[in-house]
Structures are given as C-alpha cells and as structure tokens.
Design a protein around this ligand. Structure first.
Ligand code: FCB
Length: 423
C-alpha cells in the first residue's frame, strides 16, 4: 500500500481522443464499416459539431492538455492538394478554444485512418503515400505552428499495421501478410523521419517543437509458464509488435528524428493454445475472472508493467516520455478508479526514480467508437448516452476522481491495493 503522492507543477495532465472515434461526419475507410455491435462511426460523439461544449467539459475536468487527432481526409481531397480552408478554420477554432481554457494540445497526425484516395492507392503499402503524407503535414504545420508545439506523428503504428495486414481487424481486413506488415511499418518510419525535418524547419512561434510517435506497449506471455508453444507465440509477438517497430522508428540514426517517445499502455496478453487470453481477443471475462485474471473489458491489467516500461524506455532511448494513453473500459467505476490509481502510483514511482515523464493522457475524454467493438467499450471520463440522439455527456465517477488528480496534482485518497492475477 503506497501513500498519496505529489506530481511536478509543469506536468501535463491530459485526456485523449481520435477523429474517427469521436468526431462523426468523416469520410474515410471507416465510414462504411459496421462494428461487432452493429455500430458505425458516422455520427460517433458528434464532437465535430460539439467541440466547444467538449472543451468546456475538459475545463471542468481541470485537464491542462488534450491529445487530439487531425483528420487528413477532411483537409486534402487529392495528393498534394491545398488544404480545405473551412475544415482548417474549424480545427484552428478548436485549438483557440483550448488555448482560451489553458489546455495544451498534442496533435496526432495519423490515428488509424486515411483519406479514401490513399486507401484506394494501396494505403501505406504504397511508397507514394510517404511523400503525400509529408506534403500534407508540411501544409498543416505551416498553418498551425503558432498554436501547436507537441506533434505526435503516428499513433500505434504496430496496432495499425497488425490489425490491417495480420489479424484482419481493420479495413482492408487482410490476414497473415507479413511482408505487408513489415512494409507498412517501414513506410511509416520513413514518413516519421521526413515529417520531423518538416516540423523542425517550420519551427514554432518561439518554442522548439516536440516530435514523437505513440508506441503501444503490450507485455506478452504464456498463460501457463511451461507451455512451450505459447511461450513461442509470446516471443514472436514481442519481437514483431514491440522490438521490430521500435527499431524501425528509433534504431540507429533514426533516433535523432524524435524528441520524445509516447507510450500507450493498457497491460498484458497471455497466450493459451495460441489464443490471447484477453477479452479483446474473444476470451470470456467471467471465465478469466474465475481463473484469477484481472481484466478490464479489453486487456489483462498489469499496473507494475507501466513503471517497468517507463524505466526501460528511459534507459534505452534517453528521450522524454509521455504516457500518451492509459485507461480502462468497464461498467465497474470502482474498478476503473482503482486501476487508474495503481497506474498513477507506478508513474509516480518512475518519476521519483529519475525517469523524465512529462505528461499523462487518460484514454478517453468520451465514451466513443472503439473500432471493431463499436460502442460496447466504455472508456470515457464522460459517459455518452448513444441511445439518445442528443448524445448527452455526463461526468463519471472516474472523471470526478481524475478531476481531483488534475486539480491537486496528487491522489485524493491513499492508494489502495489493486489485485493483480492471483495465480
Ligand atoms: C488504443 C488506440 C485508441 C483506443 C484505445 C482503447 O490502442 O490508440 O484509439 O482504441 O486503444
């Protein structure tokens, strides 16, 4: 049991969303997609029309940072086209609303979605996507550089490339195309390096821009320690999703293209007979609970892993870190509060041991369109009632708890023990 702790004054306390998941009225490869619960993203939370109200909610939460995406398909209608002025104005207004509320934006340039003209030309398998993306970013950065200094180029390239080309979860739903997975990562890594040059050249109104990716970090293991095949699957997953991707973006000279590293951290996946024993992989949460596996509605929880990975990245790359996503999906709010508390405890421990972590972004501001799972996973600090066409937002108890953390920069209560797998 740890005591209450205090965080540095300049620490960014944020929350996060992505355009396809919250904005609605988007025309990209997700528009016609129907998720497992029958949901689609065509209206989502209607953040597109309601961002002013959502910024007010953020102000109520007391966050001082917001990790938000900008949707490429809104801004360019063809490769190398000028940016759509009206859509640009809308994002500029959103950034100005954030500024007026004292909220620092971190802008994500690619979060699992592409314009349809990119998709139909082969997406990130086509090397021509790289210069097209660089052109888009150059125009965007020149328009926003007075307002944005924190640039997150790619969100979870590993998740995007694996669900698109290995696991068949994201459009165009391909499976086991190893070479496509590899090439997607390679092209994104090349785009990251080139975009970094563009952003540095453009500069920023008086402040050095910061540039980095958000790496999803999942720990992989075998459900039964001695099951050789499962250990092998875990080892291969670790190599393909963690090691290979980090090396592509940060290995050798490419390390110089990042000024920070973002970490999206949700937990652990353990394999049993080649299947990941997590709800997101189809395992039954009730059965998992009977086996003593603590999960939210997606992954096995492993709070200690957050401290481990922050220390490890700090040692390995020496870059400032941001926890660009952490959150839990569950209808049990006490569970979500305990989960958050335990992870913040780990974060604080890492800071105390000298790791340069500069911010934490809770996933997510709103319940939203969770890709393949539609609206069935509730990650929001604000609950959204999707059965009501007015899409009312309501503060959750986790939101109240996080407000206390953001306002006081410490936990309002002593940290409680969080049960981790009891096996
Ligand atoms: C991350 C994604 C984000 C959301 C959360 C739950 O992998 O970046 O869009 O889906 O998981």
């Amino acid at each position: 049991m740890a005591g209450a702790w205090k965080f540095p004054e300049r620490f960014l306390w944020g929350t996060a969303t992505s355009p396809t998941q919250v904005e609605g009225h988007v025309a990209n490869e997700w528009t016609d997609y129907i998720a497992s619960d029958g949901g689609h993203c065509r209206v989502a939370c209607n953040h597109y029309h309601r961002y002013e109200e959502d910024v007010d909610w953020m102000a109520q939460l007391g966050v001082n940072a917001y990790r938000m995406g900008i949707e490429w398909s809104r801004l360019q209608s063809a490769p190398f086209a000028p940016l759509n002025e009206r859509e640009l104005e809308r994002y500029i207004h959103l950034l100005d609303c954030l500024k007026a509320s004292g909220i620092t934006p971190m802008v994500v340039l690619h979060h699992f979605s592409n314009p349809l003209w990119i998709t139909s030309a082969g997406g990130w398998l086509n090397p021509a996507t790289v210069p097209a993306f660089v052109d888009y970013v150059a125009k965007l950065v020149s328009a926003l550089k007075e307002r944005v200094w924190l640039w997150n180029t790619f969100n979870e390239p590993d998740t995007y490339a694996s669900l698109t080309y290995l696991l068949g979860g994201f459009p165009p739903f391909h499976k086991w195309r190893l070479l496509s997975y590899r090439n997607t990562i390679k092209h994104m890594a090349e785009a990251h390096v080139r975009v970094n040059e563009v952003i540095r050249r453009a500069g920023n109104g008086g402040r050095m821009p910061e540039i980095g990716i958000a790496k999803n970090w999942t720990f992989f293991g075998a459900f039964q320690k001695h099951a050789l095949w499962d250990r092998l699957v875990a080892g291969i997953s670790h190599h393909a999703f963690n090691h290979f991707v980090l090396d592509a973006f940060l290995g050798g000279q490419r390390r110089a293209a990042s000024t920070f590293l973002g970490v999206n951290y949700y937990g652990l996946a353990r394999f049993k007979n080649f299947e990941p024993m997590v709800p997101a992989g189809g395992a039954c949460p009730k059965q998992l609970a009977q086996l003593g596996v603590v999960c939210d509605d997606m992954f096995e929880r492993h709070p200690g892993g957050l401290g481990t990975i922050l220390r490890n990245f700090h040692r390995r790359y020496g870059l400032p870190l941001y926890v660009t996503e952490h959150g839990a999906a569950s209808s049990d709010e006490d569970f979500r509060i305990r989960d958050l508390t335990r992870h913040l405890d780990e974060l604080h421990g890492a800071l105390n041991s000298g790791v340069d972590v500069r911010g934490f972004f809770y996933w997510s501001l709103l319940d939203n369109f969770e890709w393949q799972f539609g609206y069935s996973k509730k990650f929001g600090l604000l609950a959204v009632d999707f059965s009501n066409e007015k899409l009312p937002r309501q503060m959750t108890r986790v939101g109240e708890f996080y407000r206390g953390v953001c306002r006081t920069r410490k936990t309002p209560v002593a940290v409680q023990d969080f049960p981790v797998a009891a096996r």
